[in-house]
Ligand binder design. Structure first.
Ligand code: G1P
Length: 304
């Protein structure tokens, strides 16, 4: 039990990771491989996300999967054949790497039969989550572990209740790619009160340039709202629309706050950004970085 907390306010321990998407932007790579398994340097993108949840203290992870997502379950499970082969070879380093992902968290899986949108995916978590606040992490957004975001969001939720979303200021011409929040300042510099939300507005209609990035700490009342949320943008049940209701009516599970993130975020859902993420992370790696940076410098000098 964390100091200052009461029994009626259990520590947030559950993370939900929607991973049922088809990954069409990466075809044909994602024809038979889930997009979440695409490597970012030498780890599948999804492992970074699970590691982030664990380092914020959430070690009960529920993945919302779908057909063709078996490799996700295998990745976070033991692989005895591989482990014993590495053991026989005495390859302790690689053995540790193989075991790392299966020792990380307590993993659970549920399938989203029909892909009816992010709100619907989150609703699939209701039986597992029950009546506690919980986190949602979207796999396309990687947050650099040096800039912890989720731990701060959990802290805000524990102090203020309700729900907490992650926001980032983006250029006005980018806002149509995100959920967008109307906000009011609070007395804390990195924290805003969310007064309204709209999913992927046109720049002209956007209430601000605060974009929702894929991290949420949600009050469980969101499930009651999601059950009644009609399909919205793109004909899908939108999490943003359900959150808008929480923001609009504080009596039902509100308020909604936003933590404004200014750290390093990598979008692996877009091919260009995915490549940039790999290059940046590879450059910063102690083992690969020095050689890779030297090669990159000469490559750029030749190409430009
Ligand atoms: C989802 C959400 C959107 C949010 C975005 C963050 O959209 O619906 O509100 O801004 O994630 O990555 P998607 O990118 O899945 O279309």
């Amino acid at each position: 039990m964390v100091a200052g907390m009461t029994q009626s306010h259990p520590r947030i321990s559950k993370a939900v990771i929607p991973a049922a998407g088809l990954g069409t932007r990466f075809l044909p790579a994602t024809k038979a491989t889930p997009k979440e398994m695409l490597p970012v340097v030498d780890k599948p993108a999804i492992q970074y996300v699970v590691e982030e949840a664990v380092s914020a203290g959430l070690d009960d992870v529920l993945m919302i999967t779908g057909r063709n997502k078996r490799p996700l379950e295998d990745h976070f499970d033991r692989n005895y054949e591989l482990e014993s082969a590495l053991q026989k070879k005495g390859d302790a380093d690689r053995l540790a790497k193989v075991q790392e992902s299966s020792d990380l968290a307590t993993m659970h899986y549920v399938r989203q039969g029909d892909p009816k949108g992010l709100g619907h995916a989150v609703l699939c978590a209701a039986p597992h989550v029950g009546h506690e606040p919980f986190a949602v992490l979207l796999g396309d957004d990687l947050i650099d572990p040096r800039d912890p975001l989720l731990a701060r969001m959990v802290e805000v939720q524990e102090q203020r209740g309700g729900s907490v979303i992650a926001l980032m200021e983006v250029a006005p011409e980018q806002i149509h790619l995100y959920g967008c929040a109307a906000v009011e300042a609070t007395e804390e510099g990195d924290l805003v009160k969310v007064t309204g939300l709209v999913e992927k507005p046109d720049a002209a209609d956007a209430p601000s340039n605060y974009a929702i990035i894929g991290r949420y700490v949600l009050d469980p009342h969101i499930f009651d709202i999601l059950r009644k949320t009609e399909p919205g943008r793109g004909g899908e049940i939108q999490l943003t629309d359900a959150l808008q209701q929480l923001a609009a009516d504080e009596k039902v599970g509100g308020p909604v706050h936003g933590v404004v993130f200014k750290g390093r975020r990598y979008d692996t859902g877009d091919r260009g950004d995915y490549l940039r993420a790999i290059v940046r992370l590879a450059c910063e790696r102690e083992d690969l970085g020095p050689d890779f940076r030297a090669w990159l410098r000469s490559y750029v000098a030749e190409e430009m």
